[in-house]
Write a protein that binds this ligand. Structure first.
Ligand code: PLP
Length: 383
């Protein structure tokens, strides 16, 4: 057995069917989607517009509500900074969850330096936000509520519909970082009352460096001040020559996710449950986050009495994560688990297993055996 990849929340391989659709747009269909005077441009533009439809369809949005970006980090920057500037006459207060991704939290820190007031809303032990606490946090100056749809570390899914209703009732914009949720669970911007949403292709078997931002056009029509100028592409929200192959890849990935989500989830969640149950059976192993409101592919476990770094050293052939891919290099304890008030000793022993479309049952059997042996060895027990 070679390496087993159980880090799909960090990134996914490009699905070969997605790659196949992308390939011609690097070579014979290389046109600039903004070239209006010849067929090379028209072909590229048609492909981009098809991808816009596919991306919109995954979210129950309309195509003209989708802007293509370089990924979720850019989408989130565009949304938070753009709203802060566009709605400054209404107020300067933004509410975010403590368990947001750093792509949101770091922008909030920056906005604080520009005069924003940010409320970092606590979560409970399961990682869920309390709608009542959210209502209490709302002020006359609140312009935006931001909530991560599904957490990248624990997979916990927020009560998005309730948050959307609270925002709507109070005439506040609702932004959702759906980077981990879109394509894995049904995300519906209409019934969830989401006004702005970020997603990324590389989490759903599309290419890295491509993402999208959904910006609601009606009820209310959201305005953002753009921060990339030069040419007025993407309806002036995001200038720059479009990454046609990447966008085509995102569209194809969205279409596949929509079509195969149910079957993928049935298979993946049953493997995830088996993995989780077998690892819990080792003893003194705990699940972090909600087991009810959770992504079907994620289990985040704490192994009492051992450190995750020593466990990972014992598992060189298994790709799993501690923290999120972007922050694990920093080696600081997970802000998500801290916000959930997980004890330090359990944070130290926490590992994320995230499965995906190409995970096989034998990968899970192999992982269970290896983890069991490693945990027993590190705890000084020999079988
Ligand atoms: N938000 C969440 C929840 C994520 O998991 C990630 C990726 O790690 C991001 C945002 C950033 O996405 P991207 O890599 O497309 O910039």
């Amino acid at each position: 057995m070679g390496s087993v990849y159980l880090d799909y929340n960090a990134t996914t391989p490009v699905d070969r069917r997605v790659l196949e659709v992308m390939m011609p747009y690097f070579t014979e269909k290389f046109g600039n989607a903004s070239s209006k005077t010849h067929s090379f441009g028209w072909i590229a533009e048609d492909a981009v517009e098809q991808a816009r439809e596919q991306t919109a369809s995954l979210l129950n949005a309309t195509p003209h509500e989708i802007i293509f970006t370089s990924g979720a980090t850019e989408s989130i920057n565009m949304a938070l900074k753009g709203v802060f500037e566009a709605y400054s006459s209404k107020g300067n207060h933004i509410i975010v969850l403590q368990t947001e991704h750093k792509a949101v939290l770091d922008v909030c820190r920056y906005l604080e330096s520009r005069g924003a007031e940010i409320t970092y809303l606590p979560v409970d032990r399961q990682g869920s936000a309390d709608p009542e606490a959210l209502i209490k946090a709302v002020k006359a100056s609140t312009i935006l509520i931001s909530a991560i749809y599904a957490n990248n570390e624990t997979g916990t899914i927020q009560p998005v519909k309730e948050i959307g209703q609270i925002a709507h009732r109070n005439n506040i914009l609702f932004m959702c970082d759906a980077t981990q949720a879109a394509g894995k669970v049904i995300v519906d911007v209409v019934s969830d009352r989401i006004d702005i949403l970020a997603l990324s292709a590389h989490k759903i078997y599309g290419p890295k460096g491509t993402g999208a931002l959904y910006i609601r056009r009606r009820d209310p029509r959201v305005t953002l001040v753009p921060f990339i100028h030069g040419g007025g592409h993407e309806r002036g929200f995001r200038s720059g020559t479009l990454n046609v192959p990447g966008i085509v890849g995102l569209g194809a990935a969205c279409a596949l996710a929509k079509e195969e989500m149910w079957d993928d989830n049935m298979r993946i969640s049953s493997m995830r449950t088996f993995l989780e149950q077998e690892l819990l059976a080792i003893g003194n192993v705990y699940v972090n986050g909600s087991q009810k409101q959770r992504l079907p592919n994620t289990t985040h476990l704490s192994f009492e009495g051992i450190s995750n770094s020593s466990l990972i050293k014992e598992l060189p052939e298994i790709a799993v994560a501690t923290g999120s891919a972007c922050t694990s290099a920093a080696e600081s304890p997970s802000h998500v688990l801290k916000a959930m008030q997980v004890e330090d000793a359990l944070i130290k022993g926490s590992v994320r297993f995230s499965l995906g479309r190409f995970t096989r049952e034998e990968d899970i059997e192999y992982t269970i055996g290896k983890v069991r042996t490693a945990v027993n060895k590190l705890r000084g027990k020999h079988l």
